[in-house]
Design a protein around this ligand. Structure first.
Ligand code: HEM
Length: 453
């Protein structure tokens, strides 16, 4: 490689001390970027890992899909299963993205919209009637699970509750040590995985029977029928249920986290709600058509910038690549450190926009996203060939929840609670976000005619 610099390394040998710092120190990656630059290598519990941050290095990585493949830690790999598209590459991966992507097309989202609006209205109604303290995080989690399990997969309430118990056992072990010692969280998660796949198989079967009998179908599973693999053959059921399990995993915790952090920001930032309210007042509920919401979009992006639901995503190099002038050899696991990247701007970009202190990036300031170029590379949904498949659904859910709830309910924060964030698996206020709720008089709501968009 001409002129490429060698990969800086922390020199960690076993990676035990590094792994402990990684778990304890929220600024683990940040500190090392400052010392070693935007591309460096370290070792975490025996696993060599290259961390990258900033637009230049990340764009270089994503521009070379032929030199990289997907990668997940061993625990995630085993619990998702080797048929899961998250663990596949090349045409295998592309074909499954095409099949599963049908659940998130524009037409599919139009179909889900009224049901999501219904869930928001149910929650708003419940909150309006409430007289005591409510843990808002809990409500956001239930909502996010209902969207993927009921609205997309079409589960009824009973099936959803049964699935939820096993799903929580399974999720707890996702980032654990993958040793199936009897009684360990990982062994219990593997058993839960078998039961989950069995239940998802029944869901698929029921959807088929309803379709054959001409009965109305809830959810979107009919959209998957006729989905073909890379050889042009229908996907087997064993294959399909692993994709459905992936959707539950990928779509739940992430969306619940962004909703909880969004509500926290609305309650914590004194100037935010009045600024947002100007825009909300002009919107109808339920929405009648695609309404532009630049301020809300900026708020959601700023929430995800400071508290990304997915702190980083991975690739493994299959060939040597050069990232921002640094050579990364073949066979390296690369982590795109989103959390650290989101608080970083190159010196040149900072000079261009007149911020030479860098402090501005520590502040919650959604208005920055309304400027033509804020000098940031923000990829909360990842990028390139593996960009989040559920991005459009997540954005729809968040928009509908924010508009529907903030137009109907006024919240007050309860005093004496810990509003600090727990970071694993995704950021969420430790206290559960305790609030009281009051109805907003309906005269200030706009009741539109026609169907929800
Ligand atoms: C705020 C919510 C969400 C965030 C921040 C998020 C973020 C991400 C990120 C960072 C990736 C990795 C991308 C990469 O490797 O380049 C990803 C992958 C994925 N996400 Fe999401 N996601 C969200 C919601 C959802 C939802 C609602 C679904 C579906 C129900 C979903 C389905 C997926 C799938 C299937 C993948 C794997 C794609 C592949 O490997 O090709 N996500 N997501």
């Amino acid at each position: 490689m001409v002129n490429a610099r060698p990969l800086p390394s922390t020199g960690a040998v076993t990676g035990v001390v590094e792994a402990l710092s990684f778990l304890r120190d929220a600024d683990f990656a940040q500190r090392r970027f400052e010392r070693y630059g935007n591309v460096y290598q370290t070792r975490l519990l025996g696993q060599s890992m290259v961390f990258v941050r900033g637009g230049a290095a990340i764009n270089d990585l994503l521009a070379q899909p032929d030199a990289t493949e997907g990668w997940w830690p061993e625990s995630v790999r085993q619990l998702l299963g080797n048929r899961s598209l998250a663990n596949r590459n090349g045409s295998d991966h592309k074909a499954r993205r095409r099949v599963v992507g049908q659940l998130f097309s524009a037409a599919a989202l139009r179909r889900y919209s009224p049901a999501i609006v219904g869930l928001v209205d149910d929650l708003a109604g419940e909150l309006q009637q409430s007289t005591g303290t409510i843990a808002l995080v809990d409500r956001m989690r239930r909502f996010a699970f209902a969207v993927i399990a009921t609205v997309v997969l079409g589960l009824d309430e009973e099936a959803r509750d049964a699935l939820f118990t096993d799903f929580e056992i399974w999720t707890r072990a996702l980032f654990s040590v993958p040793l199936a010692i009897p009684g360990s969280p990982f062994a219990r998660a593997l058993a839960a995985r078998t039961r989950l796949l069995g239940r998802l198989q029944q869901v698929l079967e029921q959807a088929r029977q309803s379709a054959a009998a001409g009965l109305p179908l809830s959810g979107g599973l009919d959209l998957l029928s006729g989905g073909l693999d890379e050889a042009g053959l229908p996907l087997t059921d064993d294959d399909l249920v692993e994709q459905l399990l992936l959707l539950l995993f990928a779509g739940y915790e992430t969306t619940a986290s962004s909703l909880s952090c969004l509500m926290l920001a609305v309650l914590q930032e004194p100037d935010l709600l009045p600024w947002l309210q100007d825009e909300l007042n002009g919107l109808s509920w339920p929405p009648v058509a695609e309404q532009a919401t630049p301020r809300l979009n900026a708020v959601v992006l700023e929430v995800m910038r400071l508290n990304p639901p997915v702190g980083g995503f991975f690739r493994r190099t299959t060939r040597s690549v050069v990232l921002e002038g640094v050579e990364v050899p073949a066979g390296c696991v690369v982590q795109v450190a989103l959390a650290a990247s989101n608080r970083y701007r190159s010196t040149a970009a900072s000079a261009d926009i007149g911020d030479d202190s860098g402090d501005d990036l520590e502040r919650f300031r959604p208005q920055r996203h309304l400027a033509a170029d804020d000098g940031l590379t923000l990829l909360p949904f990842g990028g390139g060939e593996r960009v989040c498949l559920g991005k459009a659904l997540a954005e729809l859910e968040i928009r509908l929840m924010a508009v529907g709830l903030l137009k109907q309910v006024r919240f007050s924060l309860e005093p004496d609670q810990d509003l600090g964030l727990q970071l694993i698996p995704s950021p969420s206020p430790r206290s559960g976000l305790l609030v009281t709720a009051q109805p907003i008089q309906s005269s200030s709501r706009m009741e539109p005619p026609g169907d929800p968009a």
